[in-house]
Design a protein. Structure first.
Length: 120
């Protein structure tokens, strides 16, 4: 799944760069959307995001492309690879700025883990 986000002034810190927390929020949100599309009517919560390393600073007006692919399915959890690229208007190509794996677990109405497999 691909998603895009325009970086606006309100997303920036006092030095004019994107807050890292905003990028993490978008990664979590867009990966959750992918999981929800892959598993309709399941309730997921984020349990892990590994390797939080920002590779390049991001300024206002940048367009971010989020490339999200499912990488692993367990009994109660599903994992996605998320790669984020920066597209600067007028430049050719895409610069990688962030990548991680994010894991969601399926829960029931009481917040307890439950199987993703329909036969269980």
């Amino acid at each position: 799944m691909e998603n895009y986000k325009l970086v606006l002034r309100g997303d920036l810190n006092q030095n004019g760069y994107l807050y890292g927390g905003n990028l993490l929020k978008w990664v979590d949100e867009y990966a959750w959307i992918a999981a929800t599309i892959d598993y309709p009517n399941f309730n997921f919560v984020t349990i892990a995001m590994d390797n939080v390393v920002f590779k390049k600073s991001i300024r206002e007006g940048s367009i971010l492309k989020f490339d999200i692919t499912k990488s692993r399915t367990g009994n109660t959890s599903v994992q996605y690879n998320v790669n984020v690229f920066q597209i600067v208007i007028g430049d050719a190509g895409e610069d990688p700025v962030f990548s991680t794996q994010i894991t969601f677990v399926r829960i029931n109405e009481n917040g307890e883990k439950m199987s993703i497999n329909p036969n269980e």
